[in-house]
Design a protein around this ligand. Structure first.
Ligand code: PMP
Length: 411
């Protein structure tokens, strides 16, 4: 009965991972999928997570019964505080409803399902470019996708005017997906002044902010600083949605732990929204898993473990900054040796955007042909849009990567 099923195309980021695994070259580099690697190129299990898991194993009162549909209440409360701040008036006024979901992706999907059923506008605007799974997660719920300008390939920075123009021209009441910090794939975030202008414009036009918070703490190592954008929108008393992920900042990728918060105008509306979120969740997976949320809760509720977590976050962000610096320096020095070579890349002599971009990623400006060349000739695996996962690079890979980039742009 399934013989007419048509083969689906490969999912690019996984295809890159498979190709990397199958490559036997000793110099191969995986800069594709967005996961953190140590300087030795190994996955990192945070010490604080290990410690939390020991506590959980020894907790004799623990059980494996079903969680409520909306997840672990303490986890939800702590997650809301993490993103909105300890003193958030919206939390104190009970205007925020938070539900535990299956990481950032699951949170985005639950929020999208809720909006498709209960919000009057189905159009959602996504940054151009955006995280590859955003369109799938939102369209699958029945939302219609449009884009707003975001990245300027000439400056490798924000196309702020373009963004404002597109938001100003958006259909009234449209949903706008915004990334809180550490924008994937560009590594480009608005400044706080720019966020303020975006906020004013969106509120003026009645656009609904839907925040994706997948990298809190990965930009500045300050959890508070990295959540400023969303807090500005909450401070004005208006509505918004926030999908949170603990994949990157606690290294809990495979535990699938995250949360969706919906900030409402009143406590009464928040309770109505919660009742409908329960129906959405019940029909999709009934209730979320225990383990990851228990780890997060153990860490967030304990002052010492929380500070240990932020220390470990800082080690990760410092290593990423260090890799940006090393890559930039090596490219700059290599360029100086080859000044008279005609280059084909957009900005072959200026790689300073690698230093300006923030978070886990750098959108290098390398085009798909150059990336294909680097994979074929240098065994370097990355997404075809030229995005590098800076957290996948280590010191010993820098000179090989620079050789590859240099060869690609001087082909
Ligand atoms: N949003 C963004 C911007 C991401 O980059 C990712 C993962 N790379 C996610 C959401 C979803 O991640 P997860 O489902 O693991 O939380």
């Amino acid at each position: 009965v399934f013989k007419n099923v048509v083969r689906a195309p490969d999912i690019p980021v996984y295809a890159v991972m498979v190709a990397y695994r199958e490559d036997s070259s000793p110099v191969k580099l995986n800069l594709g999928m967005g996961v953190y690697r140590t300087e030795e190129g190994k996955p990192l299990l945070l010490d604080v997570v290990r410690q939390a898991e020991k506590l959980l194993v020894n907790d004799l009162s623990a059980n494996k019964e079903y969680l409520p549909i909306t997840g672990m209440p303490e986890f939800n409360k702590l997650s809301a505080k993490l993103v909105f701040g300890d003193d958030s008036p919206a939390i104190k006024e009970n205007r925020v409803i938070t539900v535990q979901c299956l990481s950032g992706s699951g949170s985005l999907r639950i929020g999208a399902e809720f909006l498709a059923k209960h919000y009057h506008q189905r159009i959602v605007y996504l940054s151009q470019p955006t995280y590859g799974n955003h369109p799938n997660l939102l369209a699958a719920a029945g939302l219609s996708l449009k884009t707003y300008r975001y990245y300027d390939p000439l400056t490798h920075g924000l196309d702020f005017q373009g963004m404002l123009e597109d938001l100003a021209g958006a259909s009234s009441g449209a949903i706008v997906l915004l990334q809180v910090s550490g924008h994937n794939p560009t590594g480009v975030d608005p400044t706080l002044e720019q966020w303020e202008q975006i906020r004013q414009l969106m509120r003026l036009k009645g656009l609904l902010p839907y925040f994706d918070c997948a990298y809190q703490g990965f930009v500045s190592a300050s959890l508070d600083a990295d959540a400023q954008s969303v807090r500005m929108f909450v401070a004005d008393g208006g509505e918004c949605l926030v999908a949170q992920s603990y994949s990157k900042n606690m290294g809990l990728y495979g535990e699938r732990v995250g949360a969706l918060s919906i900030v409402c105008k009143t406590a009464n509306v928040a309770s109505l929204v919660e009742s409908q979120l329960k129906l959405v969740i019940r029909s999709m997976y009934s209730n979320p898993p225990i383990h990851g949320a228990s780890i997060v809760t153990a860490i967030l509720k304990d002052r010492d473990m929380q500070s240990q977590w932020t220390n470990e976050l800082k080690l990760m962000t410092d290593r990423i900054s260090n890799m940006r610096r090393q890559l930039y320096n090596a490219l700059r020095d290599k360029d100086q040796l080859a000044m008279d070579v005609v280059c084909l890349a957009g900005t072959p002599g200026d790689w300073s955007h690698i230093m300006r971009q923030v978070g886990m990623y750098s959108l290098t400006g390398l085009n798909p042909e150059q990336v294909a060349f680097m994979t074929r000739e240098y065994h370097i695996y990355m997404s075809s849009d030229g995005r590098i996962n800076m957290a996948g690079l280590s010191s010993k890979g820098v000179s090989h990567l620079v050789d590859a980039i240099h060869a690609a742009v001087t082909l």
